[in-house]
Write a protein that binds this ligand. Structure first.
Ligand SMILES: Cc1ncc(C[n+]2csc(CCOP(=O)(O)OP(=O)(O)O)c2C)c(N)n1
Ligand SMILES: [Mg+2]
Length: 688
């Protein structure tokens, strides 16, 4: 440490002591990693990061992701000391500090801007929600992809509108999680030279030394992925740390991993290099000794020594303000010379759509044979993508099946030689794909991912975080039921639709035909703060004749009456979603021929229906009509809400079967006869 300017040392130790005090007061949290990683993160923020604390949503800011979310106090201390200002979800400045000293004093308490793990949208300066290990690193790859796409698409000679870098601080846990391998592999392939992972290698996780679990050569692994590897042998020598960042900035052909050999709990005499420094407060005695070690007064708490805030203002503050004002001046000239491009960038930064994009939405003619909803999804996607230039995505190696390939000439593939391509090839990496979609969305793109619905289970960690972050991501999940047929139970979703519905905030939409699909995209593309799971069939579904049945626009209300009994007083209501709506329509024909008054309700989205008022609910599902049949080739759980106590639920409670689709449908009772029988059953039950 000798030879460092005092102010740097004091500032680093201030970060450490704020973390120690906050964790001690909260009686929970992780003090050890903020203590060991403080110099690494400090050096990045103070000497490298192109970030204006006064404008945390500046679109060309360097991103800093704390993938070790349990070390949240490190990030909160930095946000506080750098005086990051708060903004809101509409990117408006709030005038207050993002994290006050009081927030730090109330770390982990309700209402504090310092919750247990960093939460995007709650604390300005937090670039993405982290805590589930591996998510931050994988999300950062999406951010780096988005930056490459943005710069290749919008930069012009003399106008480097986008040239930011993405930095991530991560730990042993991130490196162990499978998602980091998926993401790093793709980042290496894509040669994302704007991406820097700083691996705080303290060789401690919760159960103890990594000797018991994790003895691989991480650097060799990343070398094999095609990354540049740098090492910092002593993070307390911040000139070494700074040198590593400078080397990263000079690397222009691959991502960089900086392996930092650190000591968890650095400075806590009895906790350093032990797992105890990790998951619990140091305790009063150890706090005292630690403060003495760093030259802080043990009787004082939450101290920010004189000059520390000013030191941050003079470094990251001054540098960031200068960089941003230069950028603003450049961007003003860009706006004059390239008004159309600037208009796009403005919309990107506010999550707005181009004017009139909806006119591209196709209308499909009635067709008894019809097409699979994955097919209609592909057609709609291709039509609107030509009007929404920053709609970008792809599949986890399944685009021929998910129909998500954008085939128009200028779409192209996103590859190292073509960073303006719009077709992402995520490879067989569902989890990293979903995290990357989060990262791309956080960076302004209208990003999507796709795959087989069954494999959402592989990606749930990231799907869930999209919802927790209120991100408008789009997932297109196809092969949505046992009607997958021959591939059998390993590929036939049963509980997946339901489990996506269980994620708070997630909108699950399962369109019944091509026109509902078009309406689904109309709804989805306007969302700014909610993720969508679009559920698509593998098999063809009839395109409903809308001259005979209600318009597909009813989709926006989640459920609507597709066709009704002549007097509006049905004897029975058949409620279907997706592929089962046409089954309900066929059953209706049979019942009507028998003189039964039938209403068919198409219910593509529980969530959207729940958002309607009681009057609308009652108009679609009149409480007086107890005879109801719900039909969905998925788990029955939850359908009682709409079936009521006299209704019959046709659904799944076992795994599927490998057999041709017709055999599967008969085996599990998804036939016209089964629906008709269920209708009779519920009519008789409700008559009693
Ligand atoms: C996916 C996931 N699994 C488990 C945990 C619980 N957990 C929190 S911290 C931690 C150990 C992390 O070790 P490391 O990344 O080395 O961080 P350090 O111990 O060095 O702070 C674990 C298992 C988690 N947050 N996320
Ligand atoms: Mg560790």
């Amino acid at each position: 440490m000798a030879g460092l300017p005092d102010m740097d040392q004091l500032a680093i130790n201030t970060i450490r002591m704020l973390a120690v005090d906050a964790v001690q007061k909260a009686k929970s949290g992780h003090p050890g990693t903020p203590m060991d990683a403080a110099p690494t993160a400090y050096t990045l923020w103070q000497r490298v990061l192109r970030y204006d604390p006064a404008e945390p949503s500046w679109i060309n800011r360097d991103r800093f992701v704390l993938s070790s979310g349990h070390a949240s106090m490190l990030l909160y201390s930095l946000i506080h000391l750098a005086a990051v200002k708060a903004d809101n979800p509409r990117y408006e400045q709030m005038g207050r500090d993002a994290v006050t000293l009081d927030d730090i004093k109330t770390f982990r308490q309700a209402g504090s801007r310092c919750p247990g793990h960093p939460e995007y949208g709650w604390t300005s300066g937090v670039e993405t929600t982290t805590g589930p290990l591996g998510q931050g690193v994988a999300t950062s790859v999406g951010m780096a992809v988005a930056r490459q796409w943005l710069s290749t698409t919008y930069n012009r000679p003399g106008f480097d509108v986008f040239d930011f870098n993405v930095f991530v601080l991560c730990g042993d846990g991130d490196m162990m999680e499978g998602i980091s391998s998926e993401a790093a592999s793709l980042a290496g392939h894509l040669k994302l030279s704007n991406l820097c992972w700083i691996y705080d290698s303290n060789r401690i996780t919760i159960e103890g030394k990594t000797d018991i679990t994790f003895t691989e050569d991480v650097a060799a692994r990343f070398l094999a992925y095609g990354w540049a590897i740098l090492r910092v042998t002593d993070p307390n020598d911040i000139s070494l740390v700074e040198q590593a960042y400078r080397d990263f900035l000079r690397t222009n052909d691959r991502p960089t991993l900086i392996v930092v050999h650190s000591h968890i709990g650095y400075g806590a005499p009895h906790r350093q290099d032990t797992a105890e420094a990790h998951g619990e407060p140091l305790g009063d005695d150890e706090v005292k000794l630690t403060k003495q070690f760093f030259g802080f007064d043990p009787t004082q708490f939450f101290v920010v020594p004189n000059g520390v805030r000013e030191h941050f203002a003079a470094n990251i503050g001054a540098r960031g303000a200068k960089l941003r004002s230069e950028w603003e001046a450049m961007y003003a000239r860009y706006r004059t010379e390239h008004p159309d491009l600037a208009d796009q960038i403005d919309r990107i930064s506010k999550r707005e759509m181009p004017d009139g994009w909806e006119t591209a939405l196709p209308v499909f003619p009635p067709d008894a044979k019809g097409m699979a909803t994955r097919e209609s999804s592909g057609k709609v996607l291709n039509a609107i993508a030509q009007r929404i230039p920053w709609l970008i995505g792809g599949a986890a190696d399944l685009s021929p099946s998910t129909k998500t390939h954008m085939g128009f000439p200028e779409a192209g593939d996103f590859q190292p030689c073509s960073y303006n391509g719009r077709n992402m090839h995520y490879g067989v990496r569902e989890h990293a794909m979903c995290a990357m979609v989060n990262g791309m969305t956080l960076t302004g793109l209208r990003a999507f991912g796709s795959g087989f619905l069954i494999f959402t289970d592989y990606a749930r960690g990231s799907i869930r975080l999209a919802s927790l972050m209120d991100l408008p991501v789009l997932h297109i999940w196809t092969h949505d039921s046992i009607s997958v047929g021959e591939d059998g139970p390993t590929h036939e979703p049963v509980e997946q639709i339901l489990s996506l519905r269980a994620i708070p905030g997630m909108v699950v939409i399962r369109p019944a035909d091509a026109n509902e699909m078009s309406e689904a995209y109309r709804y989805v593309m306007h969302l700014q703060h909610r993720p969508v799971a679009l559920i698509c069939s593998r098999q063809a579904l009839p395109t409903v004749d809308r001259t005979k049945f209600a318009p597909a626009a009813g989709l926006a209300k989640g459920a609507y009456v597709l066709t009704d009994a002549p007097n509006g007083k049905p004897d029975v209501i058949l409620i279907g979603t997706g592929s089962e709506v046409s089954l309900c329509l066929e059953a209706r024909d049979k019942l009507v021929a028998e003189g039964v008054g039938v209403r068919v309700v198409s219910m593509p989205s529980w969530e959207l229906f729940e958002e309607q008022d009681a009057a609308y609910h009652d108009s679609v599902l009149p409480p007086s009509v107890k005879a109801r049949v719900t039909v969905e080739e998925g788990a029955k759980l939850g359908w009682h809400r709409y079936a009521g106590d006299r209704g019959v639920i046709l659904g799944m409670h076992t795994f599927g079967l490998s057999a041709p689709i017709k055999v599967v449908a008969e085996h599990f009772g998804f036939t016209v006869d089964a629906v008709v029988a269920a209708a009779r059953q519920t009519m008789s039950a409700s008559a009693q």
